[in-house]
Design a protein. Structure first.
Length: 127
């Protein structure tokens, strides 16, 4: 316990009063931290074993976030992430999409209703 406190004391002395460093988002999942998404999974009643994404809906958008400023709203369906359509993706495929690197701007294709037209949103990430 004393060693732990000593470490934090030394670290605080070395870092001084500088604010903590905010790391830039480097993948889709981190870029999407200001929103909450509800994923509805589907499963076939046929001989196919497994589940896949039926829909992804935005259930919450953090106020004053970059996502909100880009136009993302609660209830919107996320159709594609970085050009990859999410409907039909299995869990591993969805994880790969969420872990891919974002080159400074996250591209989402969304629609506000099931028959609504597709809109592309560009959400800046990082600094």
């Amino acid at each position: 316990m004393k060693r732990w406190l000593l470490f934090f004391g030394l670290a605080a002395a070395l870092w001084g009063a500088d604010p903590p460093v905010k790391m830039e988002a480097y993948n889709v999942a981190e870029a999407m931290l200001s929103i909450q998404v509800t994923t509805r999974w589907a499963q076939s009643s046929q001989n196919y074993v497994g589940t896949w994404v039926d829909t992804m809906r935005v259930s919450e958008v953090k106020a004053h976030s970059r996502a909100e400023r880009a136009g993302l709203k609660r209830g919107m369906e996320i159709v594609a992430i970085e050009g990859q359509v999410v409907h039909g993706l299995g869990r591993e495929e969805l994880n790969r999409v969420l872990l891919q690197e974002v080159p400074g701007v996250l591209h989402l294709q969304v629609r506000s209703s099931p028959l609504g037209r597709l809109t592309e949103l560009q959400i800046p990430v990082g600094k």
